[in-house]
Design a protein around this ligand. Structure first.
Ligand SMILES: Cc1ncc(COP(=O)(O)O)c(C=O)c1O
Length: 415
């Protein structure tokens, strides 16, 4: 199959508009959030237009339809990540999913396998997005557990040379990103998962930057928990996924409590419904789940492997072009080995914010700043970077536009 990004672009209404006085939109910020195809926009608005009712509750046709759509979206998510349907929990975002597990572990009482005390260890990495760092810092502070981490090498890879010293018999949880939102690095999970399981720790994978871009099979990876956001996978905002192995979800205490997540309630106590309901208190983000279901079906129809190959080809093309620009330094791996399409760079002494503003004036949308990974920026010796992130609707023409914009900026800023 030949991958036709230009045909795909026609599915996304936003590409019909122009930017900054009639310029073509060159959208290179999908790592922050992706654009949405019509099928997703329609699925969300059709939910409100035709089926709106509170799921799992009403005894009427609309409630039945809404429930079917919501639970249908859960089945779509489960099949997308090769999970069982009852292992898929809807949240509002990856940030909420990661807070869910960290808070739920904090709620575990003595005797529960997730109960943490001083003497237990939590392991993260230096390349985490703040969403997969701060909840663990907070959990460590609340429980007295220690927080340790894998360092990042100057090339932007995890330093696993001291694997057995970082993940020890005390480690209870290892939380790490699958693919760095800054460096594009794809982490080698097998050795980490093996060591974590050897010492009885669970592995929490932040898959925000992998699930939208490559096949993620939770069974094959043999991880224990996973989080991602719908809005980075051509889905709506306000919907995220938290996945966990069934036997672990059964033992994990709830995070939020209230309606819809209980089995029985008295004036003094309650018991919990089984997962996934135990983790979905209140009326959930139903229209957004409908949109996410449509999004993942859309990606599946194109083929996530085809999307991945397209992105790899573009990443290779853009890395090659960027490396020819005098004064530009790529922050992260410079070849395709275990890396995806988030490419961060610095450009001489032109501040990323100035470069970003200049590119914007040309219709080119990139992200600038620390990308919610402050410790990683420090480790890589940069205050901020400019990041171009690629997705299924990008083309070589987009990459060429970025390069031309960078060279124009060089002239504009007199370098
Ligand atoms: C690697 C990674 N983890 C977590 C998040 C947080 O996602 P959200 O803001 O959708 O909750 C992001 C968002 O940029 C991310 O890139």
């Amino acid at each position: 199959m030949t991958f036709d990004a230009l045909a795909i672009r026609k599915d996304f209404p936003i590409f019909q508009r122009t930017i900054r006085d009639g310029k073509r939109l060159v959208y290179l910020d999908s790592g922050a959030t992706s654009q949405k195809p019509t099928v997703v926009i329609d699925a969300e608005s059709d939910f409100y237009r035709l089926h709106n009712a509170a799921v799992h509750r009403g005894a009427h046709q609309l409630a039945e339809e809404a429930t079917d759509i919501y639970e249908g979206a859960r089945e779509t998510v489960a099949s997308f990540i090769s999970a069982s349907v009852d292992e898929v929990v809807f949240t509002k975002s990856a940030t909420e999913s990661l807070n869910l597990i960290a808070y739920a572990m904090g709620n575990a009482l003595a005797g529960n396998r997730f109960h943490l005390t001083a003497g237990d260890g939590i392991v993260v990495t230096e390349m985490e997005h703040h969403a997969n760092l701060i909840p663990w810092q907070q959990l460590a502070a609340r429980t007295g557990a220690s927080l340790s981490w894998f360092e990042v090498t100057p090339e932007g890879r995890l330093d696993l040379s001291n694997l057995d010293a970082v993940i020890t018999e005390k480690t209870k949880v290892v939380a790490l990103t699958h693919q760095s939102n800054v460096l594009g690095t794809i982490n080698p999970l097998a050795a980490i998962v093996k060591r974590a399981h050897e010492v009885g720790a669970v592995v929490v994978l932040d898959a925000c930057q992998s699930v939208p871009h490559m096949k993620v099979d939770v069974k094959e990876l043999n991880i224990d928990f996973l989080a991602f956001s719908g809005h980075k996978a051509v889905g709506p905002t306000g919907i995220g996924v938290f996945w966990g192995k069934a036997e672990l979800l059964a033992e994990l205490p709830p995070f939020l409590t209230g309606g819809s997540m209980i089995e029985t309630v008295t004036m003094t106590g309650a018991t919990w419904a089984p997962a996934p309901k135990k983790f979905e208190a209140g009326v959930p983000n139903m229209a957004q789940a409908a949109g996410l279901g449509a999004a993942l079906k859309y990606l599946s129809a194109i083929g996530i492997e085809n999307i991945h190959s397209h992105e790899l080809a573009l990443t290779s093309y853009l890395l090659g072009k960027l490396s020819e620009v005098d004064g530009l330094s790529i922050v992260g791996p410079k070849d395709l080995h275990d890396r995806g399409g988030s490419i961060s760079f610095t450009f001489g002494d032109i501040h990323p914010h100035d470069l970003g503003q200049f590119l914007d004036s040309q219709g080119i949308a990139v992200r600038t700043g620390h990308h919610c990974a402050w410790p990683l920026n420090r480790k890589m010796g940069v205050v901020a970077t400019t990041r171009a992130s690629l997705y299924l609707y990008n083309t070589e023409e987009d990459c060429d536009a970025l390069i031309a914009g960078i060279l124009d900026a060089q002239k504009y800023f007199g370098r």
